[in-house]
Design a binder for this molecule. Structure first.
Ligand code: GTP
Length: 434
């Protein structure tokens, strides 16, 4: 019988429990201190992780957030869709800041799907055709790239090392798309040779970064190091479990860390659900606890709720424990990292959605019908707020009583402890509970 290698290190998944923008970037960056490797396992450059270190802000869309920790390997897994031009620009931006982005540190799985210029074109053409019923995609070609993966006509990063294969695959992928462009969208056909010529220089540049991410993870764990799996977007944007069709094109639940990187689920021993202390959502889709008046505006301005990727204004609302219960059921967090608690300072009272009324019944978990969330009535519990500025606090005991009670109520509802409390964007503005 073949011997199974015993992994000594831990797999730590950091994923969003809401609709994305929970502040995962900061939490990943914090937890990377002790990690040998950080892995992206889904999504593409529709994510935008903001890192603030010593007051300096860095936004990464594709490169794992661990990149600011020298010595940590940054791995792009097979579940990601990679725009090679965006990656090169990001590498240049980081290199200009003195960050090491050499092939030794930054590795791309040969199985990672590649976003091509025609994916972006298709994304934009579709949203235009949808007119009044837009999904609210970021227009970066993410969805069409995943479609090609499933249709088995995707370009994979490993193809960069074989230009003739790359050329042939581009020709194949464009047959159907050119028919669509011409007949449905009224666009000119895309010339496969021109796409190949445009992509070749970046393909050559990225070839030294190609690697076997699955084996890299196994090696890091075997050497006793932690490996951090960095989720993008959030649970309720999951292609299967989210508020379909207003979702992203990948699975965002914690389990995807395994399939999207090539590691066994049994190594994922620590699952950190990142929860923002209130709720936000970008773009279209149902949002039961959305606030339209002054409180919503307050959260938006205090929280700086504009997308790191698109600059779009985020919709804001009260914390929704129904959605969080569902997120916990789907991903089984071992702990919660609660972010942006500081943004709630100054509110006289806080509301938490503890259930939904739908078709005369009360629900603790979201009803599963496709349009149900548009019609539920949120049921609230009210708690006192606090006035104090908490952005300088580093100890749980120093938090105002009302803030501690708010956190405890979340823990009680989800049956999970908040081990990290974030009270500002900087690494230092964090309360770590032992
Ligand atoms: P996606 O993967 O796109 O969902 O991004 P994300 O979850 O990493 O969130 P993102 O970094 O886009 O947004 C979080 C924003 O909040 C950034 O501007 C952070 O600097 C900021 N931030 C993170 N934690 C805190 C916090 O505790 N308080 C405050 N005030 N800002 C925070």
């Amino acid at each position: 019988m073949a011997e199974r290698s015993v992994a000594a290190g831990r797999g730590i998944v950091v994923h969003g429990a809401q609709w994305g923008d929970e502040g995962k970037g900061k939490i990943v960056d914090l937890l990377t201190e002790n990690a040998h490797a950080v892995v992206r396992f889904q999504g593409g450059n529709n994510a935008g992780h903001t890192l603030v270190v010593g007051g300096e802000k860095t936004i990464v869309h594709l490169i794992p957030s661990g990149i600011l920790h020298p010595g940590t390997a940054c791995l792009v897994g097979n579940g990601v869709v990679l725009d090679p031009e965006v990656l090169c620009r990001e590498m240049d931006m980081l290199a200009a800041k003195g960050v090491d982005v050499s092939p030794k540190r930054l590795k791309i799985s040969k199985k990672t799907q590649v976003i091509m210029p025609y994916h972006r074109l298709l994304d934009g053409a579709r949203e235009t055709l949808r007119a009044g019923a837009k999904i609210g995609t970021t227009g970066r070609g993410i969805g069409p790239c995943y479609e090609d993966k499933m249709a088995r006509i995707g370009i994979r990063a490993g193809d960069f090392a074989d230009p003739e294969l790359l050329r042939a695959k581009i020709e194949t992928a464009l047959v159907e798309k050119n028919a669509l462009f011409a007949n449905l969208y009224g666009l000119e056909a895309v010339d496969p040779a021109a796409v190949f010529e445009a992509v070749l220089p970046v393909a050559e540049r990225l070839t030294p970064h190609l690697g076997d991410v699955s084996t890299e993870i196994q090696k890091a764990l075997g050497a006793g190091g932690d490996v951090l799996f960095e989720g993008a977007q959030g649970t309720h944007l999951d292609i299967d479990h989210g508020t379909y069709p207003f979702v992203t094109s990948s699975n965002t639940v914690a389990g995807q860390a395994s399939a999207g990187s090539g590691c066994a689920p049994s190594v994922l021993s620590r699952i950190v659900a990142v929860v923002k202390a209130y709720t936000t959502r970008v773009g279209s889709g149902p949002f039961p606890t959305e606030l339209f008046g002054t409180v919503g505006d307050y959260l938006q301005s205090q929280g700086g709720e504009f997308g790191a990727t698109t600059g779009r204004r985020r919709r804001c609302g009260w914390l929704d424990l129904v959605l969080l219960r569902e997120a916990a059921r789907l991903s089984g967090p071992t702990e919660i990292a609660l972010t942006k608690l500081d943004v709630l300072s100054g509110l006289f009272e806080l509301k938490l959605c503890i259930g939904y009324r739908y078709k005369g019944k009360v629900y603790e978990y979201p009803p599963q019908e496709e349009n149900a969330l548009e019609h539920v009535e949120p049921l609230y519990e009210t708690m006192p707020g606090w006035d104090e500025d908490i952005t300088g606090l580093t100890a749980w005991e120093d938090l105002p009583l009302a803030a501690r009670e708010y956190v405890s109520r979340i823990e009680q509802a989800l049956g999970t402890r908040c081990s990290l409390l974030s009270v500002g964007p900087d690494r230092r503005q964090t309360i770590v509970r032992s």
